[in-house]
Design a protein around this ligand. Sequence first.
Ligand code: PLP
Length: 291
Amino acid sequence: MTDALVLIDPSTSTVEPADLRAPQLPVDDLSAHRGDGIFETVLVRVDESSDEVVVVSRERHFARFRSSAAALDLPDPDPELWDRALDAVIAEVRAARPGSTEFGIRYTYSRGLDAPRGWAFSVPVGDSVLRARQEGVTAVSLDRGYDAYLGSKAPWLLIGAKTISYAINQAAGRYAAERGADDSLFVSHDGVVLEGPTSNLIIRRGDRLLTPDPAAGLLWGTTQRLIFDHAEALGLDAEYADLRLGDVVDADGAWFVSSMRTAVALTCLDGNPINHDDELTQQLQNVITRG
Ligand code: PLP
């Protein structure tokens, strides 16, 4: 996988290629030592027959990027500038690897030091992602430490903004691994299912897809919304709902959904097996990769 990086200067509206393996960021940048910034990760797909490039949910991602910026009081990001940055990374990856059919781009907007700064770089779709798409994943449930629907009462917690402060999310992944699980599922302190540390949860109950209400205290995912927009075409209703752990275990199918993983089956939660729906897993993956 090619390592493509561009640096984005919002004050001059410029996008410059740079070396991902060389130092680029002053250590006193507020993203580096305060986690003060926001990011998005998009999946880029190249159609093998038509060579058409699709940035999956490009507008959904940018809309969320803007609302995350607003939540952190960062200046509104200019769509033209960030689009140019994405296109530059895509061009660099494709020039170096003409056969690439799938990769990610992570774009970040930091408070900077004297002024905000940004960057965007390519990320590979790793083996663990490919395996999870095929085989699904297991998870343990973890208390997120706050009650559901806290966000509107405590906006400073930035619940629902995609900030770069992911130490808790990373720790949840390690905690799950120590317990022999692939992933974890956050639950509010009062027992409402929220999300995975880097994904949303969707379950199927009969002919309905259900997902936790973003207002309960989670990141409103672009992938979940893409799936919900296509639910009718799959012959399914789609609704937001307060779910308990028992609802997940008793579901007719459950998936972690996110941009890079697309839709991966949740096969077992806290040691309890969950029904598989392999056909729907494939359909959801197809919906997502078509963008
Ligand atoms: N929730 C969290 C905490 C995430 O980090 C992510 C993805 O990074 C998601 C949900 C899924 O969001 P999306 O589908 O936009 O990738």
